[in-house]
Design a protein around this ligand. Structure first.
Ligand SMILES: NC(=O)c1ccc[n+]([C@@H]2O[C@H](COP(=O)([O-])OP(=O)(O)OC[C@H]3O[C@@H](n4cnc5c(N)ncnc54)[C@H](OP(=O)(O)O)[C@@H]3O)[C@@H](O)[C@H]2O)c1
Length: 435
């Protein structure tokens, strides 16, 4: 009888706990896996996990004293215990499975080099979009496909908040709900300010475009400034607002443009239809057209399922190197400068609060004209009034959709309209049917 594939695990939180439970109650036909030792911060914490017969290691270093076929890291964080454990395991030649996008976004290229040097696979299917097989599809299935663009909804917390706001719920209540359901990061600013999605995008860019992961190369903006009225105004124009992570070939293929930003999507667009904590990813290639992956992108059970699928791949001997789409030493540097942000033109939704008095909307449209940006649509509503008044006069929301313009021009307009608390969001103009 062949012996089961042995695993040591660091981290018994949301994902680690679900992974332990899943290992103890397998109904699948994947190879036999045996958990031999675990480690977490606090041994005394009540966990209600099936850990009988599993050794406890005081820290990550002790964990590695147990002979194991693979190390599973589910601690989180780009530095400290998680980084030390992954580096030590790979240096020993032990394969590693991790769900840690923060670690890979910061040290991915160096860890990939270490893994490849020691012939130790480094697997991270759970790090991008949990149940969506984003790594396998982009690294293996599409290895011969020249990818032009990879874009999607990669943060379930933001998507939950935005769709709840569109349904009339306040931001804070929607965030608390996401936290209760276990798919919010421990520090919610990582989700809301777009960093979590940016970290995941760096991994997709490494897989699809062969650039080294670098969060600094991703233009990142979160959803903090959006208000419920933006959802209603956008819907009136025929759009939904989503936080979209987007990487595309730019400059004739020489550069990669990477950004995470709120975006207006036509209501019929496939990404606009992804509601709640659902993640959705579109990979566009010259020969394959648009490929859509959609499903549970976070949460205990889908993330543990992705970790388990990596463990099964290792146990079957299916896990391969290199870690990304090409050997670590040949990954190109991803620089923000390559994003060609100035020359890129797109339509924008701009919302301001205008003084409720004659001529105020005309003053706003004049500024757009002076900056050479023409307007496709404009709307004003008195459904809400800003609590802030301007010189004792109430302020009402005014929203426009522009024709294609450079972001630099829109930023100039925002600066000139600073008193009117402007926000600007780019608009996906491609029709829903074509995606
Ligand atoms: N939650 C999700 O939906 C999700 C989805 C995809 C990826 N991920 C990723 O999965 C990883 C784990 O996330 P999580 O949500 O499960 O986090 P979590 O609930 O906060 O759990 C973290 C675990 O790590 C342990 N830990 C903390 N510091 C440690 C140290 N110095 N040494 C050993 N163990 C330590 C904690 O111990 P104690 O229990 O004793 O405090 C806890 O068990 C992260 O990289 C996260 O980004 C999470």
């Amino acid at each position: 009888m062949t012996r089961p594939f042995s695993i040591v695990l660091a981290g018994l939180g949301t994902v680690g706990g679900a992974f332990v439970k899943r290992l103890a109650s397998r109904e699948d036909s994947a190879p036999a896996l045996k958990l031999v030792a675990v480690s977490a911060r606090d041994r005394k914490k009540r966990r209600a996990l099936p850990l009988e017969g599993v050794a406890w290691a005081e820290d990550a270093e002790t964990l590695l004293r147990h002979e194991a076929d693979a190390v599973v890291e589910l601690i989180g964080g780009a530095e400290g215990a998680a980084r030390n454990l992954v580096e030590a395991a790979l240096a020993k030649g032990t394969p590693v499975i991790t769900a840690n996008k923060a670690l890979l976004a910061r040290h991915g290229a160096a860890l990939a080099a270490l893994a490849e040097k020691n012939d130790a696979p480094l697997l991270y299917e759970a790090a991008i979009a949990a149940a969506l097989p984003a790594v396998r599809v982009s690294r293996d299935s599409l290895s011969a496909e020249p990818v032009a663009r990879v874009f999607g909804i990669l943060n379930g917390t933001c998507n939950h908040i935005l769709t709840a706001m569109a349904g009339g719920r306040p931001f804070d209540e929607a965030l608390k709900d996401a936290q209760r359901q276990g798919y919010a990061e421990a520090d919610p600013s990582l989700d809301i300010d777009g960093h979590d999605a940016a970290q995941k995008l760096t991994l997709l860019s490494a897989l699809c475009f062969g650039v080294a992961p670098s969060e600094a190369a991703v233009e990142t903006e979160g959803i903090r400034d959006l208000i419920q009225m933006d959802m209603r105004l956008a819907e009136g124009f025929g759009y939904a607002i989503r936080l979209v992570a987007d990487a595309s070939a730019a400059g004739g293929g020489r550069g990669i443009r990477q950004c995470v930003r709120p975006r207006l999507l036509p209501l019929g667009h496939r990404l606009a239809k992804a509601e709640g904590a659902i993640n959705a990813l579109i990979i566009s290639g010259r020969h394959i057209g648009d490929l859509l992956l959609e499903g549970e992108g976070a949460g205990a059970s889908p993330t543990a399922a992705a970790v388990l699928s990596d463990a099964a791949a290792l146990a079957r001997g299916d896990a391969r190197l290199p870690v990304f789409s090409r050997p670590a030493e040949t990954l190109r540097e991803a620089s923000a400068a390559s994003s060609e942000k100035e020359a890129f033109q797109e339509a924008f939704y701009v919302r301001v609060f205008a003084r409720d008095e004659p001529g105020s909307a005309a003053k706003i449209t004049r500024i757009f004209a002076e900056e050479g940006v023409s307007l496709a649509r404009i709307t004003q509503t008195d459904e809400i009034r800003d609590k802030k008044t301007s010189g004792g006069v109430a302020r009402l929301p005014v929203a426009v959709i522009t024709h294609a313009a450079e972001r630099a021009a829109i930023e100039r307009i925002r600066a000139r309209l600073k008193e009117a608390s402007p926000i600007a969001i780019s608009v996906e103009t491609e029709s829903a049917e074509s995606v």
